[in-house]
Design a protein around this ligand. Structure first.
Ligand code: ATP
Ligand code: MG
Length: 335
């Protein structure tokens, strides 16, 4: 499959109180058309910063300090004005966020917000737009859509609001749907329904998905490939099977063993000891070394390269160096 998005050697830095901190270091990534790529990592690992560079949403104090982001051979990192970004943002690459209220306007009805997008992006009349909006509401699982068209966001539940945000995103017919923890704020059953909805809609509308979460459990059912981020870097990437059954990075092992459904019976659920490194301190060696129970002396001296495991699977750990000792890795089970 062809690549729809290509990230090459990307660095992103922020200016904070006069000094420059780096939130993304040397990330390279391909997104294949029609695939679902999950990006997983702890809070602060740089997931949101990474995807903000795809839609020009970095805050004022942030910039791409190195590297390129290309969408269908167009260099997104060279876009500057909002006018240039308007051709991409929403239209080609749409993002849905954890809190649906960041995307909804509290003082306009749900229906008018969907219709407005349809009028703007599909050039329909007001009457046609209303009809299409109601269809889209039905399609995204809003019961009594015609009646609920005239309700306000506050009259909808959290799950229903997220369905509306999805409906609005789809009204622009994007090629890529970026989902930044869209289900994190919802309870477990609603979470599953929204995931199912996104998957169904992908079958129908054939968009490509980037799905961000800190919970590896959520992506098992949805992702074709998984990228694991730690401290602004991708530390392992592979197909879902490779990550769940044959992961090679100790950080991925910790993420797997902190999943309730993957922990062995009778074994305590493990949280990952320690905290991610501060962006304000210079890191020598592998950023994960202080929390890595498999760390060797080299981990504290040199940052490992990406080692190739298969054509689709890479991991950034010295354990894959020829000279590293064989380690007993924890058993990995996918249910
Ligand atoms: P979460 O799971 O909590 O959403 P995340 O992986 O999305 O975490 P990011 O929001 O991408 O994390 O942040 C990565 C790092 O960049 C964090 O240390 C954060 O504090 C820093 N950062 C993000 N935006 C800015 C900003 N505008 N100015 C300064 N630092 C920032
Ligand atoms: Mg985030």
């Amino acid at each position: 499959e062809e690549n729809i998005l290509e990230v090459r050697n990307l660095n992103v830095s922020f200016r904070v109180r006069g000094s420059e901190i780096e939130a993304i270091h040397d990330i390279s990534l391909d997104l294949k058309k029609h695939e679902t790529l999950a990006i997983v990592g702890e809070s602060g690992s740089g997931k949101s910063v990474l995807i903000k560079t795809f839609t020009g949403m970095l805050e004022q104090n942030g910039r791409i300090s190195h590297g390129t982001v290309s969408y269908k051979n167009q260099r997104l990192n060279e876009l500057k004005t909002n006018k240039q970004w308007d051709k991409i943002r929403g239209k080609e690459i749409a993002t849905i966020f954890q809190d649906p209220m960041t995307s909804l306007d509290p003082i306009h009805t749900i229906g008018s917000q969907i219709s407005e997008v349809i009028i703007k992006h599909q050039g329909k009349s007001k009457k046609e737009a209303k009809k299409l909006a109601i269809e889209l509401m039905e399609r995204t699982g809003i019961p009594n859509a015609a009646q609920r068209y005239n309700e306000y966001p506050f009259e909808y539940s959290g799950g229903m609001r997220q369905r509306i945000v999805i409906a609005i995103a789809l009204a622009c017919r994007p090629e890529i749907l970026v989902c930044d923890e869209p289900t994190t704020a919802l309870d477990v059953t609603i979470q599953a329904q929204i995931l199912d909805l996104i998957k169904e809609l992908q079958q129908e509308y054939h968009f490509t998905i980037i799905f961000i979460t800190h919970d590896l459990g959520v992506v098992a059912s949805i992702a074709d490939r998984i990228a694991v981020m730690y401290s602004g870097k991708i530390v392992e990437i592979g197909t879902s099977e490779e990550i769940f059954y044959d992961s090679r990075h100790p950080y991925t092992w910790s993420l797997l063993s902190s999943l309730p459904q993957l922990a062995k019976k009778g074994e305590e659920l493990k949280s990952i000891p320690g905290t991610p490194p501060s962006l304000y301190k210079k890191i020598v060696g592998d950023a994960f070394a202080p929390r890595n129970s498999y760390a060797m002396s080299v981990d504290f001296k040199a940052d490992p390269p990406m080692f190739k495991v298969t054509d689709t699977h890479y991991a950034k750990t010295w354990l894959l160096d020829q000279r590293a000792p064989q380690v007993e890795k924890p058993e990995q089970i996918l249910n």
